[in-house]
Design a protein around this ligand. Structure first.
Ligand code: 5GP
Ligand code: MG
Length: 178
């Protein structure tokens, strides 16, 4: 199958992302300042760049773990059924947990994942998403921290892919078919 040609228009610069992360991390440190160890849970794969930048701005004792939930596959439509493809390595009972996601779209993924993790009785459970598309919401879910609200555009870069490509762009761009 031949790929439909597209270009990527820059939407959020690397500099703007870095500045936003600094502000968010001050708020997260204020919230979790008394923690003995915060478990930072990245949702694979889209959050890997965000979590890497985030933890380096967090002056807290942390551990990092990952969880993978099913999402788009290689298409641009979100699936409503969320499956856990890879679970956490560690237990979170009695621990402080911060879930890190790339984008909240319909809300199904984070809604499902936070319910699942809450059922394991963490001490505190919070979530952060780099991007949010509020106009696309199907379930009532809002992350505790959001980097940027964006319109209903298909975005790539900064860890986020289109058919597994473009994750290595340092900025967030929107896909425009030509
Ligand atoms: P939700 O369950 O909230 O509908 O979907 C969240 C997931 O959909 C995100 O983790 C992300 O993988 C994917 N997603 C939503 N919007 C976009 C987008 O604009 N670009 C890409 N590449 N993935 C998206
Ligand atoms: Mg995802």
């Amino acid at each position: 199958m031949t790929e439909r040609p597209y270009v990527i228009d820059e939407m959020i610069t690397a500099k703007a992302i870095a500045a936003r992360i600094e502000t968010l991390c001050r708020e997260i440190v204020a919230e979790f300042g008394d923690t003995d160890k915060l478990v930072v849970v990245g949702l694979l794969r889209g959050s890997f760049v965000f979590i890497a930048d985030l933890v380096r701005e967090l002056d807290l004792p942390i551990e990092v773990d990952f969880l993978e939930a099913s999402s788009y596959g290689d298409a641009t439509e979100s699936s409503r059924e969320v499956r856990i493809l890879k679970d956490l390595r560690g237990a979170i009972e009695g621990r402080d947990v911060l879930v890190v996601e790339d984008i909240v779209d319909t809300g199904h993924t984070l809604n499902h994942v936070t319910h699942l993790l809450a059922s394991r009785n963490p001490a505190r459970l919070k979530s952060i998403a780099l991007l949010d598309k509020p106009s696309r919401r199907e379930v009532d879910y809002r992350a505790d921290w959001i980097g940027f609200d964006i319109p209903d555009e298909f975005v790539v870069g900064y860890g986020i892919d289109f058919a597994q490509r473009n994750r290595n762009l340092p900025y967030i761009g929107k896909v425009r078919f030509t």
